[in-house]
Ligand binder design. Structure first.
Ligand code: ATP
Length: 301
């Protein structure tokens, strides 16, 4: 059946504040809960009035985003508090994420050690691993959707946002209907060329692409990168070729591609010895080329 959202007027319960960002179907605004004074973010989504209208989102798509967020309660995933609905709009009340985008935070830093990078990677991989364990895929994982709860703390806390394209993987998905951002699409490139249902694919695709692009500095400049970092990068570049799971009807899964859980126990992320741990902390990525990459990315967006 149809999901039921609160029909009270959101403005009776929340003070609506400044615009924090905007997407295809509406705005995200700062809101304050009147009863408690607690700040939240409100994601205001325009709903399509009828099937022929080209404006707004289908209600079903909003229901799906809500369902995904309700199923994915994890410390590194944006939390959903409440949902309101009026005639033309659905408002998601979500956790306020004030630290901006991870990549902007990194670009402002003097330097980034491998230890810093690993701290962020671990949080992203934990969120993705959790998502996959619940049989969901984000399908739009990219730097714009990796945010920080707060950036003026010693160890910033990552929050993944924008589950507008996320899907349950056990409900076969017509691939044609998916439209992530091509550079970062959260699936195997092999899938892109085939209009087949995706049954399950719990391998890590976008994380390495984000990482590779983000660490563009790794390939250039005089900075050396630890052997373990190179080893993980190498492994994450494997498995782009065709490989079909013989046990299923149409499940193009590359066995060479690592899962999030496997990444989390790679020696670069989880060193086995003191020596490995010491190795990695000394090197740092080339910030100059990272900043160049980030500026170009923002310009394209
Ligand atoms: P798109 O059209 O890109 O899919 P969308 O309509 O699904 O976007 P989001 O990507 O979820 O919207 O949010 C749009 C922008 O609003 C984000 O890029 C971010 O800057 C800001 N934003 C989203 N959620 C929050 C939040 N919880 N706290 C603070 N800012 C947020």
């Amino acid at each position: 059946g149809m999901a039921v959202f609160k029909v009270e007027n959101v403005e009776d319960l929340y003070e609506i504040g400044d615009v924090l960002g905007s997407g295809h179907f509406g705005q995200v605004r700062h809101v304050r809960e009147k009863a408690t004074g607690t700040p939240w973010a409100g994601k205001f989504l325009k709903i399509r009035k009828n099937a022929t209208s080209r404006l707004g989102l289908e209600r079903k798509a909003v229901e799906r985003e809500v369902e995904v967020l309700q199923s994915l309660q994890h410390t590194n995933i944006m939390a959903l508090k409440d949902v309101f609905e009026s005639r033309a709009e659905v408002v998601l009340i979500v956790e306020l994420i004030s630290g901006g985008e991870l990549f902007d935070f990194i670009a402002e830093k003097e330097n980034l050690s491998e230890t810093d990078a690993i701290e962020f990677m671990v949080q992203i991989l934990k969120a993705v691993g959790f998502m996959h364990s619940k049989h969901f895929a984000h399908f739009d994982l990219k730097p714009e959707n990796i945010m920080l709860l707060d950036k003026v703390v010693p160890h910033p806390h990552i929050k993944l946002i924008d589950f507008g394209l996320a899907q349950r993987l056990d409900e076969a998905v017509e691939f044609k209907s998916l439209c992530g951002t091509p550079q970062y699409i959260g699936v195997s490139p092999l899938l892109l060329s085939r209009h087949r249902p995706v049954l399950v694919s719990s391998r890590v695709w976008s994380v390495p692409v984000c990482q590779a692009q983000g660490s563009a500095g790794v390939q250039q400049g005089p900075v050396s990168v630890s052997v373990d970092c190179l080893s993980l990068c190498h492994k994450l570049s494997q498995g782009w070729g065709p490989c079909f799971d013989p046990g299923s009807v149409c499940l193009p899964v590359s066995r060479d591609r690592m899962t999030a859980e496997e990444c989390l126990v790679h020696p670069w992320i989880k060193p086995l010895s003191r020596k490995q741990a010491d190795n990695r902390s000394r090197s740092s990525i080339n910030m100059k080329s990272f900043r160049r990459f980030n500026a170009r990315r923002k310009w394209k967006v």
